[in-house]
Design a protein around this ligand. Structure first.
Ligand code: SAM
Ligand code: SF4
Length: 465
């Protein structure tokens, strides 16, 4: 695909700005909005763009969904339960509308891109006023204008892989910001629906990313999180073949105190990247490296393109280059046909790597993916017993791995008041572990130096230095 076809044109952007002005001028437009977000950081950042566009249309944020004139659900469909939860909450709003007939309801995001979902919304969710997919997020002003003017349900899904630059963003935090560096995914892991709903992999132009990051640095942002489904393959198809390692090196030079990224695919984790990380000033010593399974046959069936041995080699290389690095992962249990012995290979891998944290999931069949037609579905009670064993193992190991921080200095970026005490705050250290330290609301958004003094129930406590 030509680059011009991927980028949303200036004319189209101007058109949408006109629609935004037209919505602003409508006497019966919603005054307030609330965005409900499901799923990953990508979705969270899309919601920031949705909020930015709605504010351009004159709406103000409502803290609670029941107080808003316009509620928009930004959905996820990676696992079935995420989807069920979203649809359940949408249905709940139908009741709210009985008291508030002018309430406008929209559903957007990955779930709407699923084959057949647009028809389902049209037929079974008639009370939803507007539904649109990830490919036409930038058309929100036009879609809202159409919804408000026509008074009928508007459902808009496109199958295009676009990059929309320059959308207004209302960031959730002033101290930390998401920066998307690429969209979509070409990997087609056999269990995963992302490539079908987020389209082919496409990278943003490096200069545009740098300008965005420079703007954030000037605004005093202390941490940026670079986003992509597989950041390690950044640059594919761009002129000059830029690499993720090269991009990271340039971003490191901007002086933003902390740089993180997610997610990495083990098959594309290059020595060059490890080298750049090891020699950087601001890239944090942490790595999220999803393994999914510790068994080679399952990895093959998952279409992951690496073996257990190759994965362990990457981990060893990371630890050698960046001693003490914080490591986390994603694991799926009960992939179709997974035997007890194959599951035990995952347990043994977890034992060997000793992650600081792990996100664990039971395999969820997704229509249209290769794994969904493999057969060999594992019974629910076996899956739930497996995941409990995995979680118990991980929690026990974490109690050990986190001990290495005791007595060490850490810098934490304070995210909020601690849930346990109003005289304490918590935030993430450089190694992506959560730390609680004495403090107050004034510390939120600040980087605090502390010494780790205690570990209890997998929570680290620090003392300010
Ligand atoms: N691109 C990233 C990657 O490769 O790791 C993240 C994609 S996905 C949003 C996040 C995690 O969800 C995956 O790493 C995987 O463990 C899990 N996941 C994806 N599809 C799944 C499925 N069908 N059932 C259970 N877990 C799934
Ligand atoms: Fe899904 Fe695999 Fe792509 Fe991650 S790399 S988004 S798991 S297909």
């Amino acid at each position: 695909m030509e680059r011009k076809e991927i980028l949303v044109s200036e004319e189209e952007k101007a058109r949408q700005e006109e629609f935004a002005a037209m919505v602003r001028a409508l006497p019966h437009r919603p005054e307030s909005y609330h965005v409900v977000t499901y799923g990953c950081q990508m979705n969270a950042h899309d919601s920031e763009k949705i909020a930015g566009m709605l504010e351009e249309m004159g709406m103000v944020p409502a803290e609670k969904r029941e107080d808003a004139d316009f509620v928009i659900f930004n959905t996820c469909c990676v696992r079935e339960n995420a989807e069920r939860r979203a649809l359940g909450n949408v249905t709940w709003l139908k009741e709210v509308r009985k008291q508030k007939p002018e309430l406008l309801i929209a559903v957007c995001g990955c779930m709407i891109q699923e084959p057949g979902m647009a028809e389902t919304i049209l037929k079974q969710y008639k009370f939803v006023d507007l539904a649109f997919g990830t490919a036409n997020l930038h058309k929100l002003p036009e879609l809202i204008y159409e919804t408000l003017n026509s008074g009928r349900q508007v459902v808009s899904v496109e199958d295009r892989d676009v990059i929309a630059e320059g959308l207004p963003v209302r960031r959730l935090r002033n101290d930390a910001a998401y920066v998307t560096i690429m969209y979509g995914c070409d990997n087609f892991c056999s269990y995963c629906i992302v490539p079908y709903v987020r389209g082919r992999e496409r990278s943003r132009d490096p200069e545009t990313i740098l300008r965005e990051a420079e703007g954030l640095a000037k605004a005093g942002v202390k941490e940026i999180m670079l986003l992509g489904q597989n950041v390690n393959s950044y640059g594919k198809g761009l002129p000059g073949d830029p690499t993720f390692a090269g991009l990271l090196k340039r971003l490191d030079g901007l002086g933003i105190p902390r740089i993180r990224f997610m997610t990495s695919h083990p098959k594309d984790l290059s020595d060059e990247l490890i080298d750049v990380m090891a020699n950087s000033r601001h890239v944090l010593p942490q790595f999220h490296l999803p393994v999914q399974s510790g068994n080679n046959e399952i990895l093959k069936k998952m279409n992951r393109h690496y073996t257990r041995e190759q994965y362990l080699d990457r981990v060893a290389k990371l630890r050698q280059a960046i001693p003490g690095i914080g490591l986390s992962t994603d694991i799926i249990v009960s992939f179709p046909g997974e035997t007890e012995a194959q599951f035990e290979d995952t347990l043994s891998l977890v034992n060997e790597v000793r992650y600081d944290s792990a996100f664990t999931f039971i395999y969820s069949p997704r229509t249209g993916t290769k794994a969904a037609s493999m057969g060999g579905l594992i019974p629910e009670e076996v899956s739930s017993e497996r995941i409990q064993r995995l979680i118990a193992l991980q929690e026990g190991l974490q109690q050990e791995t986190l001990k290495r921080f005791i007595g060490q200095e850490e810098e934490i970026l304070v995210e909020g008041l601690s849930r346990r005490s109003r005289q304490a705050v918590s935030g993430k250290g450089k190694h992506a572990v959560s730390v609680t330290v004495e403090g107050s609301e004034d510390d939120i958004g600040q980087i605090l130096k502390c010494r780790i003094v205690n570990l209890k129930n997998n929570t680290l406590t620090g003392e300010r230095i």
